[in-house]
Design a protein around this ligand. Structure first.
Ligand code: HEC
Length: 461
């Protein structure tokens, strides 16, 4: 269930619609005949393009939308979800930037759906055939390697259990990771998963850590904020609620040296079970998270993941979100390349000019909006992502249509907004929890605010 849903008001009059089709919403609304829209000529194409990847038999959506009967039956909840902006789950606004694979509905399509419902949900006989914008498939296009822990892991009964599993990288020569899909097998318990790459020189360090805790193959306790034990480990991918695998695009990839170690970190959280019930330990299902990887021998543009956040939020706990407040905002700006070192991570790329190719904005259950941009040396701003209706259940990766170039004098701006009022709290055992003072932390009742950016060396300057 969504914790936060903010209504989006649809503009009754859509600009640029001068063909007479979109004449609803004016004062004499009742006198204007409804345009002739049917399932066959308009709605089927919209639903096939924007909904059935999930709303089909056997897919994640709770009901199918594969034929006229099904769409007509769910037409009212579908319209409501479309107008509220909760479905399709895509919170990055188009007027900030264009993204690959953007399956959100245009304003025009939202109006078409409303007019179809208001006009009696006709099956056929509409005017013309609707031509939608083509959507690029961003899902992982190839699986060359699947990695997982050697055996399933039984999460500990405490509310939060973050575990690091140690996995050998199998290749004997240098390779590039060019796409990834991380798939937890126990979605009811998983809160996040991160894939790190340990340097070849530290392989024994990770093996020893694994052995020191309950024997090889069952991993060791670790933490999202503190990483996996060595600051030289780099982050190469992961899973968050709603996120599915994708290619990195732009002929870019992350270099993996032979004899590297893959450290898979999975955070299990009990309070996220349906109804927030804490399961007794014997009922906790085991998890075996799989990492599916696309591999290439060469790329044009070596890349890396950069966690962009304010180190003072993380280290000094300066991200206060007081109990009861319905709108708390924190923001920050700094040079991109400075941040990894300040938060104990690496920035392994060469050069001074970089391209940001995608962003995954991360917060926990109270986060309701986030925004990132580049602030140029001359004060001008380039929007990277603007999600005024951020949905913590759908933490998607937004791949830019065109990379955003970062020059030496530029700074990155990051802003997050939270709702910590009584009505925004999650349910535990059927009861809404009371708001508490919140700050940065790994736990599901603590918060975070960062943008995970995929950054590459600029190919031409
Ligand atoms: C990426 C997968 C995905 C896509 C694309 C998607 N849905 Fe959903 N939808 C889900 C899942 C999962 C749920 C149940 C959990 C939830 O509510 O988030 C859901 C729930 C819903 C609900 C009930 C909850 C609510 O928010 O009202 C409606 C209605 C709905 N979808 C309609 C649609 C329509 C209409 C489209 C296309 C215009 C669409 N969905 C596209 C995955 C998807």
């Amino acid at each position: 269930m969504h914790l936060i849903k903010i209504a989006i008001l649809i503009l009754p009059l859509i600009s640029g619609c001068n063909n007479g089709l979109f004449s609803l919403g004016s004062k004499d609304e009742k006198k204007v005949p409804l345009p002739n829209i049917s399932y066959d000529t308009h709605i089927k194409t919209i639903v096939n393009n924007r909904c059935i990847a999930c709303h089909a038999e056997g897919k994640v959506g709770p009901f199918p939308l594969e034929n006229y009967q099904q769409v007509a039956e769910f037409a009212l909840p579908a319209l409501s979800a479309i107008e509220r902006g909760s479905m399709p789950p895509w919170s990055a606004k188009k007027d900030c930037r264009e993204y690959k694979g953007d399956y959100s509905l245009s304003e025009e399509e939202k109006v078409l759906f409303r007019q179809w419902v208001d006009g009696g949900k006709k099956e056929n006989g509409g005017d013309g055939t609707y031509q939608p914008k083509e959507i690029v498939d961003i899902s992982l296009s190839r699986v060359d390697l699947t990695l997982s822990n050697s055996q399933p892991y039984q999460p500990k009964p405490a509310p939060d259990d973050t575990r690091c599993f140690v996995i050998d990288w199998p290749y004997e020569d240098a390779k590039y990771v060019t796409g990834m899909d991380v798939v937890p097998s126990n979605l009811a318990l998983a809160h996040h998963a991160s894939v790190y790459l340990g340097k070849p020189a530290n392989a024994q360090f990770y093996k020893d850590k694994d052995l020191q805790n309950d024997g090889a193959g069952t991993g060791y306790p670790c933490s999202a904020t503190m990483g996996v034990g060595k600051s030289s480990a780099i982050w190469i991918g992961g899973w968050l609620p709603g996120l599915t695998g994708f290619d990195f695009f732009f002929d870019s990839g992350i270099l993996v040296e032979p004899k590297s170690t893959v450290i898979l970190q999975v955070h299990y959280h009990k309070a996220l079970l349906p109804d927030g019930k804490a399961f007794p330990p014997e009922d906790l299902a085991k998890d075996l998270t799989e990492i599916k990887i696309k591999i290439d021998d060469t790329v044009k543009r070596p890349g890396t993941l950069v966690t962009f956040t304010n180190p003072d939020w993380m280290v000094e706990l300066e991200m206060k979100i007081p109990a009861g407040e319905s709108s708390v905002t924190h923001n920050f700006s700094e040079k991109m390349t400075l941040i990894p070192n300040l938060i104990g991570q690496q920035f392994p790329l060469q050069g001074e000019i970089f391209d940001i190719m995608s962003i995954n904005a991360h917060g926990h259950s109270l986060m309701k909006a986030t925004k990132m941009s580049i602030i140029r040396a001359d004060g001008s701003e380039e929007c990277l992502v603007d999600a005024p209706n951020f949905d913590p259940d759908w933490q998607l990766n937004y791949i830019f249509e065109e990379p955003a170039r970062v020059y030496p004098g530029d700074k990155i701006f990051l802003e997050c907004q939270w709702n910590n009022s009584a009505s925004a709290q999650a349910f535990v055992n059927g009861k809404r929890m009371d708001p508490i003072d919140v700050n940065w932390g790994d736990g599901a009742r603590e918060e975070m605010c960062f943008g995970l950016m995929f950054v590459g060396e600029a190919t031409t300057q």
